[in-house]
Every structure is written in structure tokens, then in C-alpha cells.
Ligand binder design. Structure first.
Ligand code: HEC
Ligand code: HEC
Ligand code: HEC
Ligand code: HEC
Ligand code: HEC
Ligand code: HEC
Length: 504
């Protein structure tokens, strides 16, 4: 029996398949990689195939090569072959051996370099907003659509959701695998629940870019409003929001960020998952060490409940819970469209009718689009027949704008809209600041509550249709557009405004 040459082990069908597969995938990968590098208009699937789907096949192919050789060797050992095995013996003085070693080393180096580039690319690919937002399109559509229209549209998902550091990264990939599983087995909830339990801590996310200590001045902001009357009366409210943080060396330290974030440590417990029903608060002044505890009177926590309950540290996300995925209310969306002339203020009652059409509950987007068209067309046909005939193009444009707003702010298929994801900044249509401020149920043992003085957080500079004529610079008392017969401090805005269609 003649001794078997080492190279002969590699002549078997498994190894042949391995070589063919790995060569094929390698060439394909090179082409795709070049395409991905040089094509500026990338599609999501190019990345998916190049960096996630194909690489395992390359390694599978490579693995087949030695597996085939081992299998062949076993066949020989079992005597199923006409030759017998010879011990492996490398002799570098022989040119055939030298060439083989040389080819092996070059091949391995190319593979190692390609693997490093591939790993780096796939890391970036999986961190890209396109991957996070589009891969499971129907599920992430609400968050991705709202994200793209937010001030953070160029901040990667991972910068808020994961934060910096290897530990955060590893944790995210762990939970990510579970999410992928939930997606494939349709086990996800609708809407995707908030709060996000494993959102990175603010100091690893928001505070990588924002530095609240350096918010100095107050912020002037004009809230654009239009009333629900025939003329869609313009009602702007110009306010100075006292956001100031620390003013180094200044005698008085004022402002929302100072009180709520920098000088005080605030712990709270909420009864509900969405953290709207707050029942316990502990405030510690970081400079004086003074502690204040507020407890719900109607619904107090028993001492053992208090011990068991997990308290949350109040930070950026407890106020700014919608920095990126804003689901604006119908009132806000329509006021914005009117103020930017995307909706024509000359169409009678357009404010009221648009808000009414957008605040109904719909089961599918198509159903919503159809109903919006039907309701607006019928309204103008019935109430303004002349206008409906002569200015049909204007009405058509309004209908399309309202449908557009619906597509970008409400996602019936995922049950995601403004009231499923309340915004905690402000207090008009969601409880927001009024979860605690002016909540008479939350009291210290000596009966003190958290104030709702209207000028604690902002000053009104001007308001209403004749705001031009008001004396500038002087803070005004809030004047509600329709007389409600109560003092501003008594108004619980949300009790009427949380359901916009009930206003008319
Ligand atoms: C500027 C920071 C920021 C960016 C960028 C960001 N998110 Fe979020 N995201 C948040 C915050 C804050 C929440 C709400 C957290 C909470 O209340 O617990 C959230 C919530 C979510 C939720 C839960 C559902 C919801 O709407 O509350 C999903 C899903 C989500 N984000 C996906 C994404 C995806 C996908 C991207 C990128 C396309 C992204 N996020 C980018 C900050 C961000
Ligand atoms: C990668 C950097 C980055 C991260 C991380 C980041 N932001 Fe921002 N943020 C910005 C930039 C830049 C702007 C200004 C955008 C603009 O004005 O167009 C901004 C704007 C804002 C604004 C003002 C938006 C407005 O409507 O005027 C708020 C509030 C805010 N960020 C809160 C947050 C919160 C809360 C987080 C953490 C969940 C966060 N940011 C994480 C970069 C970041
Ligand atoms: C008590 C609630 C609260 C907390 C906590 C809070 N903020 Fe704010 N922040 C506000 C309010 C209110 C505004 C003004 C909102 C507006 O523009 O209408 C604001 C405005 C901002 C702005 C925009 C500033 C500008 O000049 O336009 C940024 C950025 C910001 N906050 C970041 C943060 C960061 C980062 C944290 C955490 C360290 C934080 N905030 C914590 C309430 C809060
Ligand atoms: C979890 C409860 C809670 C929420 C929600 C909350 N606050 Fe407060 N806030 C407090 C407490 C407690 C104090 C301290 C009251 C005291 O000292 O008696 C406080 C004090 C303040 C102060 C200083 C008040 C003063 O008298 O000088 C400002 C400003 C403030 N909050 C702004 C806001 C804004 C703006 C929001 C909404 C974006 C908000 N807070 C939401 C609990 C809350
Ligand atoms: C704890 C702080 C706080 C208190 C107290 C407070 N507000 Fe506000 N208010 C805010 C914040 C923050 C916003 C800005 C919301 C935003 O940027 O969207 C706001 C917004 C508003 C707006 C504009 C709303 C809109 O969407 O156009 C009005 C009007 C207003 N407040 C009136 C009042 C009145 C009246 C009172 C007294 C009952 C009051 N506020 C008490 C924090 C407060
Ligand atoms: C008793 C019910 C009620 C309460 C409480 C209430 N409102 Fe209103 N509000 C209304 C009604 C009704 C309208 C509709 C007027 C219209 O559009 O013709 C309205 C309209 C408005 C508008 C302008 C309309 C728009 O859609 O843009 C603003 C701004 C407003 N309210 C602010 C507030 C604020 C801020 C508070 C709390 C301090 C508050 N309201 C409390 C009933 C209420």
C-alpha cells in the first residue's frame, strides 16, 4: 500500500464544496463591499446581506475544508481507501512545501484583515438608525417616523438608547436578541411599551452632549394657537420659560434645571407603569442636605410597600421623555400647520374640523384617511355649499395636509399616538409638570403641597389677538381664550384638553 500524500486529504467532495462556497462568497462579498463603500444611495438590504447574512456562509465554507480533510483521513485509517496515512511532515527546503506554506499564510492574512473590516462594518451597521428603525419596519415605524422629524434626527438611536461603554453595548445586544425573537414570534406589545426599562442613564446618554449646568438664560417661546371659531382666530401666547441652570457666582440661582436637576436630588414612586400616577416623592437639597417627603393622602403607600417599591431618580427623561419620538396632539399639529400656512386659515372652521377628524380613534391608517376625507368633504358640502363648489381645490389641499399629519403622528396599526405616549413637558394636554405641581393629594407631613403658581416656571409676555398692543416686557396674568369663570391657578388644563374633540 503506497503512503498517502498530505495534499491528497483535501481531494474529497466536502472540501471541494467548502472551497467553492468560500471562494464564491468571498468574491461576492468583495463586490458588495465595494458597492456599499462607493454607492452613496445605500439600501438597507445591501448592508444586511453584506454584513450579516453572507459572512457566516464564508466561514461555513472555510470550515468545510478541514472537515472534509479529516473525514478523508478517517476513511483512510478505516482502510476504506487503497492508500495508508502518512504523518504530516513539512519540509521548507522543498519548493512545493514552501509554496504551500506561503499560500496558506497569505490566504490567512487576507481572511483575518477581511474579518476585522467586516466585524467593524457590521458593528456600525447594527448601530445605524436605519438598522434600528427600518429593519422591522411595521413595528418601529412610529418611533422611526417621529424620530426623523425631531431635533435629534441626526443622533443615532444607540446614543440615547444604549449610551457609551462596552458594558452598555454588550447589554444591548443581549436584549436585542430577545427583541428579534419577539419580533419573529409576534410577541411584541402594541404600542411598544414605555418606559424603556433599560434605557441608558442620562449621564451616559443626554449628558454626553448637553450640559445642564450651562443653561443660563430663560427661553422665549411663542406658542401658536388658533381658536375653533369660524375665523380660526389667531391666539399666540408668548412666554419666557425659566429654564436657567446654575449661574456661577450669581446671587440667586433660578430656573427649572437648577431646581429640578442640579441642586436637588428627587426620588419618586409611581403606581402605574407609565409613571403618571405619582404617590411618593423625596426631595433632598444637595447643598443644605434638607429633606422633604411628599406622600399621597388619598392613596398612601403602607410602610412595607414603601420599602418594597422601587423608587426612580428624577432626571432628564422624566421631563424630556419625548426628545426624539414626539407624538404631537391633534391640537398641536393643526396649530402648527395653520401657523406655517400649510393649512389655509381662510377656510371656515378648518381648525375645529381638522382637530375633530384627527382625534377619533381609528383601527387602520386607511380607515383614518378615508374618514378624514369623508368628514371634511361632507362638512363643507353641507355647511358651505358655495365654497365647496367654487373652492374645491383649497378643500382638497386641506384634506391632503390633514391626511399627511395623520400619517406622521398617528400609527393605528401599532396603537401609537399622543395619548399612548404622553409628553411630560408642560401641562396642557398631558399632566406633565402637574403630576406633582398643584397636585393637592401630594403632601408633606405638615400639610404642604407642591405649588402651581403660574409664574414659577414661566412668565407670559403677551397673549391673544391684540398682543401687539400690549405693553412689552411686563408679565401678564394668563387669560384663557374662552371665559371659564375661574382663576388660572384653579384650572386643571388637562381635565378639558386631554380629549381635544370634547372642546367643541
Ligand atoms: C435623543 C434621544 C433618542 C434618540 C436619538 C432615539 N430615542 Fe428612542 N426613546 C428615547 C426616549 C427618551 C424614550 C422614552 C423613554 C422612556 O420614557 O422610558 C424612547 C423610546 C423609544 C421606544 C419605546 C416606545 C416609545 O415610543 O416610547 C422605542 C421603540 C424607541 N425609542 C426606538 C428608537 C429608535 C429605533 C431610534 C432610532 C431610529 C431611537 N429610538 C432614537 C430617546 C431617543
Ligand atoms: C449626540 C448628541 C446628543 C445626544 C446624545 C442628545 N442630544 Fe439633545 N440635542 C442635541 C443637539 C445637537 C440639539 C440641537 C438640535 C437643534 O436645535 O436643531 C439637541 C436639542 C435638544 C433639545 C431641544 C429641542 C427643542 O425642541 O428645542 C432637548 C430638550 C434635548 N436635546 C434633550 C435631550 C435629551 C433628554 C437627551 C437624552 C435622552 C438628548 N437630548 C440626547 C444633541 C444631542
Ligand atoms: C423638571 C423638568 C426638567 C428636567 C428634569 C430637565 N429639563 Fe431640560 N427643559 C425643561 C423645560 C420645561 C424646558 C423648556 C422646554 C421648552 O422649550 O418649551 C427644557 C429645555 C431643555 C433644553 C433646550 C434648551 C434651549 O435653550 O432650548 C435642553 C437641551 C434640555 N432641557 C436638556 C436637559 C437635560 C440634558 C436634562 C438632564 C440633565 C434636563 N434637560 C432635565 C425641563 C426639564
Ligand atoms: C415628581 C414630581 C415633580 C414633577 C413631575 C415636576 N416637579 Fe417641579 N418640583 C417638584 C418638587 C417636589 C419641587 C420642590 C417643591 C418645594 O420645595 O416645596 C419642585 C420644584 C420646582 C421648581 C422650583 C419651584 C420654586 O418654588 O422655586 C421648578 C421651577 C420646577 N419644579 C419646575 C418643574 C417643571 C417645569 C416640571 C415639568 C416639566 C416639573 N417641575 C415637574 C416635583 C416635581
Ligand atoms: C411646574 C412648572 C409650571 C407651572 C407651575 C405652570 N406651568 Fe405652564 N408650562 C410649563 C412648561 C414647562 C410649559 C412649556 C411646555 C412646552 O414647551 O411645550 C408650559 C406651557 C404653558 C402654556 C402654553 C401651552 C401651550 O401648549 O401652548 C400656557 C398657556 C401655560 N403654561 C399656562 C400656565 C398657567 C395658566 C399656569 C398656572 C395654573 C401654569 N402654566 C403653571 C410649566 C409650568
Ligand atoms: C373647563 C375646561 C377647560 C379648562 C380647565 C382649560 N381649558 Fe383651555 N380651552 C377650553 C375650551 C372649551 C377651549 C376651546 C376654545 C376654542 O378653541 O374655541 C379652550 C382653548 C384653549 C386654548 C386655545 C385653543 C387651541 O386649541 O389652541 C388654549 C391655549 C388653552 N385653552 C389653554 C389652556 C390652559 C393653559 C389651561 C390650564 C391653565 C386651560 N386651557 C384649561 C376649555 C378649558
Amino acid at each position: 500500500m503506497k503512503p498517502q500524500r498530505f495534499s491528497a486529504y483535501f481531494h474529497n467532495f466536502l472540501t471541494y464544496i467548502g472551497v467553492a462556497l468560500s471562494l464564491f462568497v468571498f468574491c461576492l462579498e468583495t463586490l458588495l463591499y465595494l458597492a456599499d463603500t462607493f454607492i452613496s444611495h445605500k439600501t438597507l438590504y445591501l448592508g444586511l446581506i453584506t454584513y450579516l447574512i453572507l459572512p457566516p456562509f464564508l466561514f461555513l465554507g472555510l470550515a468545510f475544508i478541514p472537515i472534509g480533510a479529516l473525514w478523508k483521513r478517517r476513511q483512510i485509517l478505516k482502510g476504506k481507501s487503497s492508500s495508508r496515512p502518512r504523518p504530516i511532515h513539512i519540509d521548507l527546503s522543498r519548493s512545493t512545501h514552501r509554496n504551500a506554506v506561503f499560500i496558506f499564510l497569505i490566504g490567512t492574512s487576507i481572511l483575518i484583515i477581511a474579518t476585522i473590516i467586516g466585524l467593524y462594518k457590521s458593528y456600525h451597521y447594527m448601530d445605524s438608525p436605519e438598522f434600528c428603525g427600518k429593519m422591522c419596519h411595521s413595528v418601529m415605524n412610529p418611533e422611526f417616523t417621529t424620530y426623523q422629524r425631531s431635533p435629534h434626527a441626526h443622533v443615532k438611536c444607540v446614543e440615547c438608547h444604549i449610551g457609551s461603554g462596552a458594558e452598555s453595548y454588550a447589554k444591548s445586544k443581549f436584549t436585542g436578541s430577545y427583541q428579534l425573537y419577539s419580533l419573529m414570534t409576534h410577541k411584541y406589545e402594541k404600542p411598544i411599551p414605555t418606559p424603556v426599562k433599560n434605557l441608558g442613564a442620562a449621564n451616559k446618554t443626554c449628558e454626553q452632549c448637553h450640559w445642564p449646568q450651562y443653561f443660563f438664560s430663560s427661553k422665549e417661546k411663542v406658542f401658536q394657537h388658533f381658536l375653533g371659531d369660524e375665523l380660526n382666530t389667531y391666539w399666540p401666547i408668548k412666554m419666557l420659560i425659566k429654564i436657567g441652570g446654575e449661574q456661577t457666582g450669581a446671587p440667586q440661582q433660578t430656573g427649572i434645571h437648577w431646581h429640578m436637576n442640579i441642586n436637588n436630588d428627587l426620588q419618586y414612586i409611581a403606581r402605574d407603569e407609565k409613571r403618571q400616577d405619582i404617590v411618593w416623592i423625596k426631595l433632598t437639597n444637595k447643598t443644605t442636605g434638607e429633606v422633604k417627603e411628599f406622600m399621597s393622602k388619598a392613596n398612601p403607600l403602607a410602610p412595607e410597600e414603601l420599602k418594597k417599591a422601587q423608587s426612580h431618580t428624577f432626571d432628564c427623561i422624566d421631563c424630556h421623555n419625548r426628545p426624539s419620538h414626539r407624538f404631537p396632539t391633534p391640537t398641536v399639529s393643526i396649530n402648527e400647520a395653520l401657523s406655517m400656512s400649510r393649512l389655509d386659515t381662510k377656510l371656515p372652521y378648518i381648525k375645529r374640523e381638522a382637530v375633530k377628524a384627527l382625534s377619533q380613534e381609528y383601527s387602520t391608517t386607511d380607515d383614518a384617511l378615508r374618514t378624514i376625507r369623508k368628514q371634511l368633504t361632507e362638512f363643507y358640502q353641507k355647511e358651505y355649499p358655495d365654497l365647496s363648489r367654487n373652492e374645491n381645490a383649497k378643500i382638497e389641499r386641506a384634506i391632503q395636509e390633514i391626511q399627511d399629519i395623520l400619517r406622521n403622528t398617528q400609527f393605528p396599526e401599532m396603537k401609537a399616538r399622543w395619548n399612548s405616549h404622553p409628553d411630560n413637558i408642560g401641562h396642557m394636554e398631558n399632566q406633565g409638570c402637574f403630576r406633582c405641581h398643584g397636585n393637592d393629594d401630594l403632601m408633606t407631613p405638615d400639610g404642604k403641597t407642591i405649588g402651581r403658581n403660574c409664574s414659577t416656571c414661566h412668565e407670559i409676555l403677551s397673549q391673544g389677538p391684540d398682543s401687539e398692543n400690549e405693553s412689552p416686557g411686563q408679565a401678564k396674568e394668563f387669560k384663557h381664550p374662552v371665559d371659564l369663570g375661574m382663576e388660572p391657578e384653579e384650572m386643571d388644563c388637562m381635565s378639558c384638553h386631554s380629549d381635544p374633540k370634547s372642546l367643541y
